[in-house]
Design a protein around this ligand. Sequence first.
Ligand code: THU
Length: 158
Amino acid sequence: MTKNVLEIEYERYESLNELSVEDRELAEAAVKAVSGAYAPYSKFNVGAAVRLSDGQIITGANQENAAYPSGLCAERTAMFYANANNPDKSMVSIAIAAVKDGQLCGRPATPCGQCRQVMAEYQKVSGRKWTILLYGKKKIIKLSQVDDILPFIFTNLD
Ligand code: THU
């Protein structure tokens, strides 16, 4: 038996100004996308922005339903739309932002397990590591691969 420790590396920023122009643009697109949220039940509005390999940005927002499980998170709304409409392009990064009580959340919203699994699949398909930006007004987290938020990723593509 061996005991093993997994380490996760991430960057932390205090404000958008510290980010590269590209990262800032993606984070700002996620913030803007929040306005497309339909979240009358949770009142937690989330926006996601996905960058394609050609630089294009595609956004999505969470969509809820009276039959709760029928809704979908912002991240999967954005990723599924991006891939459905651009099957020949890969996704290379994603940014997420959330608004509660009319205010951008101070702490960044982190993707749910199902969204992480979907991110893992598209990262695999893209053949490169994704940048993940979790935007909070007081704290921005940047990760350099999906593996870091989904250790022991399930994949049947190997
Ligand atoms: N939600 C997202 O859209 N993305 C996340 O990363 C976390 C949660 C949505 C799902 C639901 O509509 C609402 O936020 C409350 O959980």
